[in-house]
Unconditional design. Structure first.
Length: 132
C-alpha cells in the first residue's frame, strides 16, 4: 500500500530496508542476523525496477510483488548455503512448493492491498496530500 501512496522509485527499497532492520533480531526471513538487510534491499530493488518498468500501473504491482517474493526463496536458500546455516538442504527439497505458495500469497496480497487502497485509503486526506 505504501508503494501505491508514494509512487516513486525507491519506495519499495526503503520499505524493504525498514523490514530488514526490524527482522534482524528475530526469525523472520531466516535466523537472526544483519545479512537480512542485503537480501531485502535486493528484493525491494527488484520490486522497484519492475514497478517502474510498468509505469506504476496496477498490473506492475502484481508482477513486482509476486516476482520479488518468489525470488526471495532461492535468494534465501543461496544465502543459507553460503553462510552454512543448518536446514538449507531441507529447504532445497521443498523450494518449488514454497515458490508456488509464495506466488499465490503474493497475488492475493497484492489484490487485497490494491482494493483497500482504491476503495478506502486513496480517499483519505493525508494520502491525497502525500500523493500530490
Amino acid at each position: 500500500i505504501g508503494g501505491l501512496i508514494v509512487r516513486r522509485f525507491g519506495a519499495y527499497t526503503l520499505m524493504a530496508f525498514i523490514y530488514g532492520v526490524l527482522a534482524i533480531p528475530n526469525n523472520t526471513f531466516g535466523p537472526p542476523g544483519v545479512y537480512k538487510i542485503i537480501i531485502v534491499l535486493f528484493l525491494g530493488l527488484v520490486a522497484d525496477i519492475i514497478i517502474f518498468a510498468f509505469g506504476y500501473r496496477v498490473i506492475g504491482y502484481y508482477f513486482s510483488l509476486t516476482i520479488a517474493n518468489v525470488l526471495g526463496i532461492p535468494v534465501g536458500l543461496f544465502t543459507f548455503r553460503y553462510l552454512n546455516f543448518p536446514g538449507a538442504d531441507e529447504l532445497a527439497k521443498i523450494i518449488w512448493l514454497l515458490m508456488i505458495i509464495y506466488a499465490v500469497e503474493s497475488i492475493i496480497g497484492a489484490w487485497v492491498g490494491i482494493k483497500l487502497y482504491e476503495k478506502k485509503i486513496s480517499k483519505m486526506n493525508v494520502v491525497r496530500q502525500i500523493s500530490g
